[in-house]
Design a protein around this ligand. Structure first.
Ligand SMILES: [Zn+2]
Length: 753
């Protein structure tokens, strides 16, 4: 527990206030309490893991076989114990639980233990039918402390703490001298590194397409979303790539759990799939001999949870996507409210939960529909999504989100597109009566006090997990692992929305089994606070003709010379766009007009909305009022293709769909050749990319017709004509040369499709 003293002292009375830190859906249980309340404390290494069903086939648990280094509370001669944690994957079923307890194989931990749930005590579920004693952890995730070098990491503390301190404290409170299983006293010896560390190499991070990108995404199996690390001296046998652990806010490190996440490892280059638990922070590469060979900072924008399974046809557990379906024959999932534990009757809690649900529905179109009739059904493996209070959550837990997935395949599916789908999810919240005394929920729209946890914030976070999202390192994010009491985060950040929309995009497309209907996004009118919610995005692009290599910007000669028309110029063929965009004064640094189409995310030939905008010299597209945020009034939140037209450049369309919501996100056509669909649709100049000059008639092909337009007007001055491709108001040889270099180039799109 952290104690803070308020700066303001009133009269001579010493006032102090204890601030309990809540970590997302966890609040701290002191080390003293953990030492005293647990039935056993051990130090040991994870040597084997397997998942099993409990006796009622309600929950999947994972058993971790622990080789015991020492017992710290009671003597025992058992060399091994099993620690069971909730969640796991068995054949065609997967259960994902948040807060998630994930133990890494070969990693050493301190364990605060207690008896496991009765339903996992059946020895028949043990792998060798052995009588190895089974334990659960006391205080859930806080009962497991990873040991790294000579320190341990406590989930709720900001920095690693010394092992010796913990041993001392435990001994003082238990009056027990730590023992090995053989009965000999355990004496902790500090680890000294004997490995010679190879010279550090400088490393470069690229995405799976070989592009340098500002940020990466975690948990996605797609080739493009993998990480390529280039450098030297990695060794020719695989070592370890470690990432900062988003489940601890980046304090600890995690490495890939599954070998199938490593695509290749050579002395100079490594390609890995980024673990879902990876967060913004440092990424470190270790040689097989244990030496650190290089590190760098990686920015992870967001994470989506995959499922690791051999289903269907993989030799080893391999990362796969989990999708949403239309499970209620109304496009998605119905959320039912449990009555027996009193959630439905708690009007304030219901209102707070509904606000959180609406926020997600509005931002990503997630088809989670609330049914308020009430049910006595509770948390179970029954295909029903339940929201409830639970008096049986472990100590220190405010809420748990459990998602149950199932896989299906058929002969028409390949192993790459086997369908893993969300069968149901349950969210359980601790009622006020179960919180530590002095603490309670804030259900209102107001900020919570220091004695309160904000319910809407936690509901938003748990619904984010139900939406498939993992944690993000970043204190402004709802999906950050930690939210302190007294703090509220009632709005989603751009990252969470982007992650949600990414998951929606692959959950709403056809899958390989036609009788499993994809989720249908909700198309709601969201007028909660803002009266007029528009969806928006930002777009950046360069025009080859206007681009100045020294300045890395485009020229503004048309504006400077007063040649830029005050009304959008795309009324002419082939554009025939009749929009009324006009300007009274030209915003500063404007290069020219461009025409932007928003196209259907599932069919890029369908044009949904067209607008004329201005292009600024730094590449940002702005509206006629000079705003970088481009709004579209007539479309629902979703992911769309972006098509760009210019009077004298070859049109382009985005390679991927892009999220449009009320949190604008940038689509950048300047940062990689593959930002536009098709080969050579963007030209490279010194690491930036731009539209190809020369399509003077705007028909999507650069050919002799364009030359004819140049010829007709060559040597014209002070004109606003498409053959002036370098935008200086003069039609001359420079324009011809730009055309000639791109002659015969064919675009991917035309104005009408
Ligand atoms: Zn969480």
């Amino acid at each position: 527990m952290n104690i803070f003293y308020p700066k303001l002292m009133i009269t001579s009375l010493l006032v102090f206030m204890a601030i309990t830190l809540s970590y997302a859906s966890i609040y701290p249980i002191s080390i003293d309490q953990r030492i005293q309340q647990s039935t056993q404390i051990t130090m040991g290494k994870v040597v084997q893991q397997y998942s099993f069903w409990d006796t009622e086939r309600q929950n999947i648990y994972t058993a971790h076989l622990i080789a015991i280094t020492a017992y710290l509370k009671k003597a025992s001669n058992q060399q091994y114990i099993e620690v069971v944690t909730l969640g796991g994957v068995i054949e065609e079923e997967a259960q994902i639980v948040y807060p998630s307890i994930e133990l890494d194989l070969h990693q050493t931990y301190f364990f605060f233990l207690e008896a496991p749930p009765l339903s996992v005590m059946d020895n028949n579920s043990q792998v060798n039918r052995t009588q190895i004693p089974r334990f659960g952890t006391y205080s859930y995730i806080q009962g497991i402390l990873p040991i790294q070098q000579n320190n341990y990491i406590d989930y709720l503390n900001k920095s690693p703490k010394s092992i010796q301190q913990l041993l001392k404290k435990t001994q003082a409170l238990t009056q027990f001298i730590p023992k090995h299983p053989d009965g000999n006293a355990f004496i902790f010896e500090k680890e000294t590194t004997s490995i010679t560390i190879a010279a550090r190499t400088s490393i470069t991070l690229k995405n799976g397409l070989g592009q340098i990108v500002p940020h990466f995404h975690a948990g996605i199996p797609d080739e493009a979303e993998t990480l390529i690390i280039s450098g030297n001296g990695f060794g020719n046998t695989p070592g370890i790539v470690q990432f900062s652990d988003a489940n601890t806010g980046g304090i600890g490190f995690i490495s890939s759990n599954y070998e199938t996440d490593l695509i290749y490892w050579t002395d100079t280059e490594i390609q890995v799939k980024i673990p879902a638990r990876a967060g913004t922070g440092s990424v470190e590469i270790y040689h097989q001999n244990g030496g650190l060979v290089g590190s760098s900072v990686i920015e992870i924008e967001w994470a989506i949870n995959p499922i690791f399974s051999t289903y269907r046809g993989y030799e080893e557990r391999t990362r796969q996507k989990a999708k949403f379906l239309d499970r209620n024959e109304n496009g998605g999932y119905t959320l039912q409210i449990n009555t027996t534990e009193g959630f439905l009757a708690d009007n304030q809690a219901m209102a707070s939960f509904e606000r959180a649900l609406t926020t997600w529905q509005c931002q990503t179109g997630i088809n989670f529909q609330l049914d308020k009739t009430g049910t006595t059904t509770a948390f179970a493996n029954d295909g029903i999504c339940i929201i409830q209070y639970s008096k049986f959550l472990p100590a220190g837990v405010l809420g748990i989100a459990t998602s149950r997935h199932k896989s299906v395949g058929s002969n028409t599916c390949s192993k790459e597109n086997t369908l893993w789908y969300l069968k149901e999810f349950d969210i359980q919240f601790a009622p006020n009566s179960q919180l530590t005394s002095g603490l309670s929920w804030n259900f209102s729209v107001n900020e919570p006090t220091y004695q309160q946890f904000d319910f809407e914030t936690i509901a938003l976070h748990e619904l984010g997990h139900a939406h498939g999202l993992g944690h993000i390192v970043g204190t402004d994010n709802v999906m950050h692992y930690a939210v302190t009491n007294g703090e509220a985060r009632k709005k989603l950040s751009a990252q969470e929305i982007a992650a949600g929309l990414h998951k929606m995009a692959y959950s709403t497309e056809e899958n390989c089994i036609s009788r499993y209907t994809p989720m249908e996004p909700l198309n709601m009118i969201c007028s909660t606070q803002e009266t007029n919610i528009n969806i928006a995005a930002k777009v950046k692009l360069f025009l080859e003709g206007n681009f100045n290599e020294q300045q890395q910007m485009m020229n503004t000669n048309l504006t400077d010379d007063g040649l830029l028309p005050m009304q959008q110029p795309f009324t002419i063929a082939p554009f025939a766009y009749q929009g009324t965009e006009t300007i009274e004064t030209v915003p500063s640094d404007v290069v020219d007009w461009i025409l932007l189409q928003v196209r259907d995310g599932t069919d890029r030939t369908t044009i949904l909305e067209t607008k004329a905008f201005l292009l600024r010299k730094d590449g940002l597209v702005i509206d006629t009022d000079g705003n970088e945020v481009l709004t579209f009034e007539n479309l629902p939140t979703g992911t769309y293709y972006i098509a760009i037209f210019h009077r004298s450049h070859l049109p382009i369309i985005s390679l991927t769909t892009h999220p449009f919501s009320n949190v604008p996100i940038l689509y950048d056509f300047t940062k990689s050749a593959s930002a536009a669909m098709g080969d050579t649709q963007l030209k490279a100049r010194q690491n930036v990319f731009m539209m190809n000059a020369g399509d003077f008639d705007g028909n999507g092909v650069i050919n002799s017709q364009d030359y004819n337009l140049w010829k007709q007007n060559s040597s014209a001055v002070n004109v606003y004509l498409s053959a002036d491709v370098d935008g200086n108001g003069i039609i001359n040889n420079q324009d011809y040369n730009l055309w000639k270099a791109n002659r015969s180039k064919i675009g991917m799109i035309s104005i009408s499709e």
